[in-house]
Design a protein around this ligand. Structure first.
Ligand SMILES: Cc1cc2nc3c(=O)[nH]c(=O)nc-3n(C[C@H](O)[C@H](O)[C@H](O)COP(=O)(O)OP(=O)(O)OC[C@H]3O[C@@H](n4cnc5c(N)ncnc54)[C@H](O)[C@@H]3O)c2cc1C
Length: 462
């Protein structure tokens, strides 16, 4: 069956079609390694027209289709059982860079890192980059795409001028805030539920040649929050990121069990761009900040900065971390609930639960994003927080239980989940997540994917 299906699909497109066991095994799981779904066939269309042909065929034959970028999501967002995996990686062309207009027109399967390398010699860069540049443009636009410049520019989905989207019935639609805005608003942070993004027009900015990063360490959550808010408000830095880092100190009895517990520290990395070799003066730019310790300062080129985490990912890939399960749980919190939520979670979290992973603390503004389906709390300042474990499969169950509790508690803190990670929502929780947007999500699904064939099983509509 799969072979004749593959042959039929191959007759429709020039892009690759695969149905071997090896090819299907490779696309039956994702970075989370928590879930497995076995597709019938993998296709890699090269153009919007080829995507349209595949989707028309799937529509006619009632075949489910999941769109897959680099599959860095973690609970089956890009997987499908008994259907077609539509990889965007066949659409990997940078179509046009317009230096005068400062825009890049790209196919959705381009990975951000390739675009950054292409733009760098021109002195240009996208306004917002995620930490990992090995993910696709369509993949992060379908989530939101948060980065260290989001406090200034919003998410990547806020920084896109036009999209081309193929709906489940095979219609190719160009959409933007001015044209077909309904689909534009559903496609961004839309998790591939309403169509396949095939092309995006991205605004660029001129980058400085160099930047200087300060690594500051805090021993108190309130202090790091105070300083992060201060530097976001006065805009003295261009990039901000931070973490929660445990120092295991001993064992204590918690809920009847002896557990390792830790003291938590908070590294804050703040970076300033500069030109003509005129680096900022350290004492001036750090004035008024109160870290526990100033650990390090370093100048880097723009390209080195963009790829700054690459050595970390390389290490992960070489060690056991990459192959482990990754039930990552990211949330966006209102600023005034952050201390309570984060402090409570950290007190409950035994450091060994992280395996080889880490915890993100991501200060951001709440006024820079306008993506309708990127659900986030209201407020001038927000905090991203992510527990990112890497755990051998045999030990993951208790970790999932703990993360379920932490995820439920997000509602009590008036926060929202970021949806790329470990998501274990019931229908009711999906409704709660989208809140007043639930109607638009359900109606959009019926309109653009009337048979419910795109990425089924992640959002529970009923
Ligand atoms: C190491 C690591 C670091 C990360 N850092 C960040 C970060 O800094 N900021 C951040 O915001 N996120 C981050 N993430 C999360 C990551 O950005 C998202 O999971 C993103 O969706 C991954 O892109 P992808 O190409 O792998 O998409 P996939 O995981 O393949 O797909 C994600 C979702 O988008 C849909 N999709 C993919 N392509 C398309 C398309 N062309 N059209 C329509 N739908 C599509 C899929 O169906 C799926 O629902 C990180 C993840 C990892 C593993």
């Amino acid at each position: 069956m799969s072979q004749s299906l593959a042959a039929e699909l191959q007759s429709l497109i020039q892009g690759e079609v695969h149905s071997t066991k090896e090819a299907l095994t490779e696309v039956s799981t994702d970075f989370g390694r928590l879930m497995e779904k076995r597709p019938k066939v993998l296709v890699k269309p090269q153009t919007s027209e080829e995507v349209a042909s595949i989707l028309e065929y799937a529509y006619e034959h009632d075949l489910p289709v999941s769109t897959r970028g680099e599959a860095h999501s973690q609970t089956g967002q890009s997987l499908v059982e008994d259907g077609i995996v539509l990889s965007s990686r066949g659409m990997n062309k940078i179509l046009k860079i317009d230096e005068a207009d400062m825009t890049a027109d790209v196919q959705a399967g381009v990975v951000w890192g390739d675009l950054v390398k292409e733009l760098d010699p021109l002195g240009l860069v996208p306004r917002v980059l995620t930490n990992n540049l090995g993910v696709t443009i369509g993949g992060t636009l379908s989530m939101a795409g948060l980065g260290v410049a989001s406090f200034r520019y919003g998410a990547q989905g806020d920084n896109v001028l036009e999209l081309e989207v193929v709906t489940a019935t095979g219609e190719i639609v160009v959409c933007s805030p001015e044209e077909n805005s309904e689909l534009f608003d559903l496609a961004r942070s839309g998790l591939g539920q309403f169509g396949v993004i095939t092309r995006a027009k991205i605004p660029l900015r001129k980058r400085a040649d160099e930047n200087r990063t300060y690594i500051l360490l805090y021993d108190d959550l309130r202090n790091v929050m105070t300083d992060a808010k201060r530097v976001m408000a006065d805009g003295r830095f261009d990039f901000i990121e931070s973490w929660c880092t445990p120092l295991p100190v001993g064992l204590k009895t918690d809920e009847g069990r002896r557990r390792v517990f830790g003291e938590w520290f908070f590294p804050l990395h703040v970076t300033k761009e500069f030109v003509d070799g005129k680096a900022p003066r350290d004492e001036e730019i750090l004035e008024g900040l109160s870290p526990y310790r100033k650990c390090h300062a370093e100048n880097r080129t723009a390209l080195e900065f963009a790829f700054r985490l690459e050595p970390v990912f390389e290490l992960w890939k070489r060690g056991p971390y990459w192959g482990a399960t990754h039930p990552w749980m990211e949330v966006v919190l209102p600023w005034d609930m952050t201390f309570f939520y984060v402090d409570t979670v950290l007190k409950k979290l035994p450091p060994p639960m992280l395996g080889g992973g880490h915890i993100l603390l991501w200060p951001c503004t709440g006024t820079t994003s306008n993506i309708p389906l990127f659900m986030r709390p209201k407020g001038e300042f927000l905090m991203g927080f992510g527990i990112l474990p890497g755990v051998p499969k045999e030990y993951v169950e208790p970790v999932l239980e703990a993360l379920d509790k932490a995820s439920d508690a997000v509602n009590m803190a008036n926060g929202k989940r970021y949806l790329s990670g470990y998501v274990n929502f019931t229908h009711e929780k999906w409704k709660q997540h989208f809140g007043e947007k639930w109607e638009a999500v359900s109606a959009g699904k019926k309109k653009y994917d009337p048979k419910g064939l795109l990425n089924p099983g992640f959002i529970l509509y009923e």
